[in-house]
Ligand binder design. Structure first.
Ligand code: AMP
Ligand code: GLY
Length: 443
């Protein structure tokens, strides 16, 4: 009998997950809650309220679901995985305790300190006055971060002391992020290219998916405010063996060991957001889920076996799955656990088409013209909905055009070529996703 998956969420990451599962040769049965117009052709949409954990768990039991994959961070942080697991259904995604790595940046710093993981120097504050006093001690403006989950908007990479003060006041006085902003980090600003490393783990064994790079700023040349991510690419060329070793031995393994030491079970993705500084890689953040839009480019590089990988992880059987895996293919960096899962001679690029005004306020309901997908280029829906027989905009990041190819340039050309066929009023996108990246280098 084919495996039955329930994917929680309705954004671009979830469309990519549903697509990768549904198109696998093992033909699993996929349900999406709530899903989006892009998942409708691949999965059955289920109108579940993800905030009603007992209802989600009951539905999964009743429908014989083999594994629930929780896409977004908020339900993970709220403990959805714990409730579903307690009902006897395996879940891909950590419980509330594990998800604190993303939901509480001060906790993440404590875990990193205990594990000896390289990260930016920081100070933590629970009130405005001492934070302002400390700010005067910083010779260069720090990065200010709300400790709680703030939909990706709780970080200000400040260029002046005034900007840092303004953001601190927004957190403590205006309570712009509610309780999530009532504890704040002042953090040393790091410089360098970023790298997203997605480790899949059952708390004991782990595998790494293909390395990728997100483009967080809204404007070309990395100008303007941070967004959820305006595009990304995945290519084996992002990592050489030296960097691979540091990622494994200095970042992923010590954190997993520290989680075990604390008795925190962890089944799902441990996503390390790294900055490759002159002093070596340092962790900017940990996320407890697949990256968005990184997932849109990392999953297409995975060869067969994705449903089995997810199932084994959710059942705590990743070690057994790994034992059956082929040795690392030529071209993969070493060490890179699970290297045989990914293609190392292909690249993927996604370019996000965003609504007018995003990341600020934006209109909704604009009709979208969509091009036809082909095997090397396809649209991933993110903020879209169906209305009167049309697909219309319903979010800030509306969709992503994904291109795949034998090399980075081929993938990039296909992604932009497909995006040419997308139209909706006010659409904007970055024309420089991956610009400056040279294949054969790790910069
Ligand atoms: P975070 O949510 O902590 O990953 O921060 C979001 C984005 O802000 C990161 O992807 C970086 O682009 C930027 N950022 C975060 N921390 C720092 C830092 N210490 N130095 C420079 N940029 C940072
Ligand atoms: N792409 C950044 C994130 O998923 O948090």
């Amino acid at each position: 009998m084919p495996a039955r998956f329930l994917v929680i969420g309705g954004g671009g990451r979830e469309h990519a997950l549903v697509r990768r599962l549904a198109l696998d040769p093992s033909r699993p049965l996929v349900f999406a809650a709530p899903g989006n117009p892009g998942t409708e052709f691949l999965a059955e949409s289920v109108p579940l309220d993800v905030n009603d954990a007992p209802a989600v768990a009951a539905w999964a039991v009743e429908h014989g679901i083999d594994c629930v994959i929780v896409g977004p961070e908020d339900p993970l942080i709220a403990g959805l995985a714990d409730v579903i697991r307690a009902a006897g259904v395996p879940v891909f995604g950590p419980g509330a305790d594990g998800a604190r790595l993303e939901g509480d940046k001060n906790h993440a710093k404590n875990v990193m300190a205990a594990a000896g993981v390289p990260t930016a120097r920081h100070e933590t504050f629970d009130a405005l006055a001492p934070a302002l006093v400390a700010l005067d001690r910083w010779s260069t403006p720090p990065v200010v971060k709300a400790c709680g989950a703030a939909q990706g908007k709780g970080v200000a990479v400040c260029t002046s002391r005034d900007e840092a003060e303004w953001f601190l006041r927004a957190c403590f006085e205006d309570e712009r992020f509610g309780a999530a902003g009532l504890q704040v980090l002042l953090e040393e600003r790091l410089v360098g290219p970023e790298l997203s490393v997605l480790a899949i783990t059952d708390g004991e064994a782990y595998v790494l998916l293909a390395p990728s790079r997100d483009h967080k700023r809204v404007g070309e040349g990395d100008q303007g405010p941070n967004t959820g991510g305006m595009g990304a690419f995945a290519s084996g060329c992002l990592v050489d063996s030296g960097l691979a070793r540091t990622v494994c031995t200095d970042v992923i393994e010590p954190v997993l060991a520290e989680l075990r030491r604390r008795g925190t079970p962890y089944r799902g993705v441990l996503y390390a957001g790294l900055m490759l500084t002159a002093e070596g890689p340092k962790v900017l953040e940990f996320n407890c889920r697949f990256g968005d839009p990184e997932t849109q480019v990392v999953l297409p590089l995975i060869k067969d076996g994705f449903p089995e990988l997810i199932l084994a992880t959710s059942q705590g059987e990743l070690g057994t799955f790994l034992a059956g895996l082929s040795p690392a293919p030529a071209g993969a960096p070493t060490p890179w656990p699970g290297a045989a899962l990914s293609s190392w001679d292909q690249a993927a690029v996604v370019v996000v088409g965003a609504s007018e005004g995003y990341p600020g306020d934006y209109p909704k309901g604009r009709v979208i013209t969509l091009p036809a997908d082909d095997v090397n280029a396809w649209i991933v829906h993110a903020g879209t909905r169906s209305q009167d027989g049309a697909v219309v905009t319903a979010g800030g990041r509306v969709l992503g055009a994904v291109g795949m190819g034998q090399d980075f340039e081929a993938a990039r050309t296909r992604a932009y070529g497909l995006l040419d066929g997308v139209a909706f009023e006010g659409m904007h996108f970055r024309r420089d996703i991956g610009a400056g990246f040279k294949e054969g280098t790790t910069a």
